[in-house]
Design a protein. Structure first.
Length: 125
């Protein structure tokens, strides 16, 4: 697996690196060239899920959301261990050449202190 930079936005504070232990994206790999629809697969720690899912999106380099979906657990999600997930995102054409795949924990509380997200750099075909 190629080296990927992980960031988390917590509580509205500046993004900080977090461990690969929260989210791992296997497909596509970092800095891949993608087109719509894009299939995602990887692993996330069980606490990132709620009811077996968490939100995923595609953003352009300007932060515009081009498409969203829900990643679904492929196994038991009520664990602290890694749980495989899959998602397919249909997205609009980007005004920029680069962007991000964004994975966010499912945060039913809505509390900013409980929010975690990671961004994976990608390029558009």
């Amino acid at each position: 697996m190629s080296s990927i930079i992980f960031f988390a936005a917590c509580g509205g504070q500046k993004s900080e690196p977090i461990s690969q232990n929260y989210f791992k994206l296997d497909v596509p790999t970092s800095n891949s060239k993608i087109e719509s629809p894009v299939n995602l697969s990887g692993q996330a720690k069980g606490p990132m899920f709620f009811e077996g899912s968490f939100p995923v999106s595609i953003e352009d380099a300007n932060g515009a959301v081009l498409g969203t979906d829900v990643a679904k657990a492929d196994g038991e999600w009520m664990t602290d261990k890694d749980v495989p997930f899959k998602a397919t995102i249909n997205f609009k054409k980007s005004a920029t050449k680069t962007g991000f795949i964004v994975l966010k924990n499912n945060n039913p509380s809505g509390l900013p202190d409980n929010e975690h997200s990671v961004k994976f750099s990608i390029s558009f075909k």
